[in-house]
Every structure is written in C-alpha cells, then in structure tokens.
Design a protein around this ligand. Structure first.
Ligand SMILES: *Cc1c(COP(=O)(O)O)cnc(C)c1O
Length: 456
C-alpha cells in the first residue's frame, strides 16, 4: 500500500488533473444532495477486503458523490456564510497535505509554524491589539470560541481560587452565534443572552449587569460581543461594551468569525473601533479571508495567560518543550495534533499581497450595497434593514414562510442558485425573510438581478 507503483502514479495524475481542472473552473456545478439510499445504490460497495482500485473509487467520487455535494464557491451560492477560497490557497492545501508536517510543536513543525505565524502577524496587526498579542489557527470559529472561553474561565479562576468550584456565567446578546451557546454547554457555564438581535450596545450590558444578583455577578467572567453577526452582519458596539467589560474586570471576547475579514476593508474598518479592547478575538479565515476549509483563528491579548490554561503536559511530550522548543500552537487552543491549516493562507497572502485581499473583501461589501440598491428599486421585494458588511435581508412582498422554502429548493434543485431564508424581528413578529451573504468576488450584478427575477 505504501509502495510507489504504477497504480499510485496513475491515481496521482488523475487526482492532480482533476484538481487543476476544478481550481481553474469558474463555473462549478452547484450540486444537490441525493438521499443516502440513492447514493448507496449509485456508488455501491466501496470498502471491501481487496479494494476496488483507485480508478474506480475516484470515478465514483467524481461522477456520483461530487454532484451530490454543494460547491460552496459557486458564485450564486449566497446562503449561510459562503466561501471562495483562492486558487493559490487550494493548491497549497494539497501541498500542505503532501508535506506531512505535524503542526502541534515547533520541534516537529518549525518551518511550517513559522509560515503560519507570518499570516497570523498580519491578522493580529489588523485588530490593533497591543504588542504581545498573538494567536493560533484552529479548525474553525467554534473551536476558536471554545478555546477563548476556556482561557477566559481560567483567568477568572486564577484570580480567585474560590471560583474553582463555581459555575461561571457569560453575558452575550441574541445576535451571538449558536456555537457560543453550544460551547458554554461544553464547559458547563451558564449564558445570559440579552434579547436583541440588532446591535448589542453599552446600555444593554450595563442594564444586564445592574440587574444581576450579587451571586450571579460574582460568577460572571466574560462578555461576548459579535463583530459581524452571522445572520445580518451587525457589528456590536465594541467600544462601549469593551469599556464596561474592562471596568468590571470581565474578559471581553469578540466573535468576528465572519466579520473579521472586514478589518482589512478601509470602507468599514471604523465599525470595528474598540476591537483593540478585546482579551480574545475569533476570526475565520475560511470565511472572508478566502482560505480553504478548515481554518479558524483565535487571538489573545495575553497569549501567556491562554497558554497557562491550554498547555498539555505528558511524559512523552516533555522533549517537545526542551532545547528545540519554540512557538507551540498546541499550547494555545484545545487541539493537540493539528494540520498546518494556516499554511494555505500564508502562501496565498505571500503570493498575492494583502492589497488584493482588501480589494476582494471590499467587493463583497460593494455587492451588498448594489443588492440593496436593486432591491429598493424592484417592486416585488423590499429591504428589511440597510445592508451591513456583506449581508442583505429583504422581503418578497406577500410571501408566506412556505413560499420562501419552496423558492430555495426550486433554485437549488435546478442548479441555478442556493439562497436560504432566515428570520428577523419585524413589526409582524419573527418574520421569515430572504438573505444574501456575499463573499465570492466573482458574483455579479446580473446574478443578483437573475436571483430576484426568480422571486417574481
Ligand atoms: C461561522 C461562525 C461561527 C462558527 O464558526 P465555524 O467555523 O463554523 O465553526 C462562530 N461565530 C460566528 C459569528 C460565525 O459567523
């Protein structure tokens, strides 16, 4: 199996040929899921005692499985948070895998970790955090958020040994991402989610803190703001919230998993004023920094503090902290063995330069503005709120929730587009509305017009 034989060479050529074809294509098929039973039938038995051969397995992937998966970089995929990895990033993801580097410890991964850290330095510089702040790449925003709140709780418990047995409490707003509630469950902390899905502001936090019992106040250890809510692109009042968190000695975490890309966009950078007050920040390069999946990042104001919480100790790991030790990514987040998931970002940044990133991110913001203008001028639709970052919420006048659902499936099934509905608090209650999220700079104005035409 580990021999280099003719089958391995042929398989490699097939795979590289496919990869080059896919990476240079500007019109990937959208893809639509088949049922598991259908896939069972179409693909047949693939795991057998003797193997089905690389050629057959690859053919099944290409002809059956691929068509049953969505190409998230399709220019008319505007659902959830789409993606649009750079071609350089994708190709270097292949190189990263081919190079077999262990990304947990400097002892084994020095060169690769050095490159990751160059990309990280740029991300940190965008935040305006003071000298000394640094971070690591994680598998995504969820694990970045988890790593941050574990560090936050550790800091709180370090301050007072009595907290060691106290269940912690986190304050956030309803606009915060679902992963935060899940991760609070993972660490068995309580969470107050203030009922505002629009901008979370200083007054809301001050009110919430004032209304806590003395006992709850004592177990509050973190405030979480969102810089670019996933649903609508709202950026919370980072300055106001950060000031209150700092005054109250509470860890201030900012979840910028989606919105973080906009830190590199001068037209909206002012919306993030106050981000430099954070104790930790989550950014997902696999969203708006065009990295292939998966690549998240967690950044700490004080990495040493995070290290004291996250660093793993084991007899067999001691050597990795000896003479050849350096920056160890394993010390700053919850994962030990890790791929160098920041490497594709490093290569793409090094190849293109940061200006090209700024241009591509600005294009997403511009597309949201264009969509907003077109919606305002089109009779059968109307804006719910002004576009924020690259998110646009709008209503098809007169539609029921079922009609939005049918429309989504109709466009998806035909292979034209994938756009999904969401909900927003309006005068008519928790209204079902349509939503665009722009990431892919190849999406065009014609795409927007075409999609709106499918709602007539
Ligand atoms: C996407 C997102 C997450 C979750 O990130 P994953 O990479 O999917 O784990 C968390 N917070 C926000 C604001 C997000 O947009």
């Amino acid at each position: 199996m580990h021999n280099i034989d003719i089958e391995v060479v042929e398989m490699s050529l097939d795979i590289i040929k496919y990869a080059i074809g896919r990476v240079t294509s500007t019109t990937p098929k959208l893809g639509f899921p088949k049922s598991e039973a259908e896939l069972d039938k179409l693909a047949g038995e693939t795991i057998t005692a003797k193997g089905i051969g690389g050629e057959t397995a690859f053919k099944i992937f290409r002809d059956v499985l691929l068509e049953s998966s969505v190409s998230i970089d399709h220019p008319r995929h505007l659902a959830f948070i789409p993606a649009s990895p750079t071609r350089a990033g994708i190709m270097f993801d292949l190189v990263t895998a081919a190079s077999s580097i262990h990304g947990a410890y400097w002892m084994e991964g020095a060169g690769g970790i050095w490159a990751e850290n160059q990309a990280m330095k740029w991300l940190v510089s965008l935040t305006g955090l003071p000298e000394g702040a640094f971070g690591v790449f994680t598998s995504g925003g969820t694990t970045a958020n988890l790593s941050a709140i574990v560090a936050a709780r550790g800091a709180w418990r370090d301050k007072n040994p009595a907290n060691e047995r106290t269940r912690g409490l986190i304050i956030t707003s309803a606009g915060a991402h679902s992963s935060l509630k899940s991760m609070a469950k993972v660490i068995d902390a309580d969470m107050i989610s203030i009922e505002i899905d629009d901008r979370f502001e200083a007054e809301h936090l001050a009110e919430a803190l004032a209304s806590l019992s003395a006992e709850d106040r004592a177990r509050t250890f973190a405030v979480i703001a969102t810089a670019g809510t996933t649903n609508s692109g709202v950026v919370d009042d980072l300055k106001g919230l950060g000031k209150i968190a700092n005054e109250n000695d509470l860890w201030f975490h900012i979840d910028a998993a989606y919105g973080g890309g906009a830190l590199a966009a001068p037209s909206v950078r002012h919306m993030f004023d106050g981000i430099e007050l954070a104790d930790s920040i989550t950014i997902d390069p696999h969203k708006w920094f065009f990295s292939p999946y998966d690549c998240g990042a967690v950044i700490y104001r004080n990495p040493e503090q995070a290290k004291s919480v996250h660093s793993q100790a084991a007899a067999y790991l001691e050597i990795a902290k000896g003479e050849t030790a350096g920056f160890n990514p394993a010390d700053y987040q919850i994962q030990l063995t890790r791929r160098l998931r920041g490497l594709p970002l490093w290569f793409s940044l090094a190849m293109h330069g940061t200006d090209r990133y700024t241009q591509a991110i600005e294009r997403g913001i511009e597309l949201a503005q264009i969509a907003g203008r077109i919606i305002t001028e089109t009779p059968h639709v109307e804006l719910i709120r002004a576009p924020s970052l690259s998110c646009v919420l709008f209503r098809r006048i007169g539609w029921s929730p079922q009609e939005y659902t049918d429309w989504t499936y109709r466009n998806h099934k035909s292979g034209y587009a994938l756009i999904t509905p969401t909900k927003w608090h309006t005068r008519s209650g928790n209204e079902t509305v349509a939503r665009f999220c722009f990431i892919n700079p190849d999406t065009t104005e014609d795409d927007i017009l075409g999609i709106l035409a499918t709602m007539e």
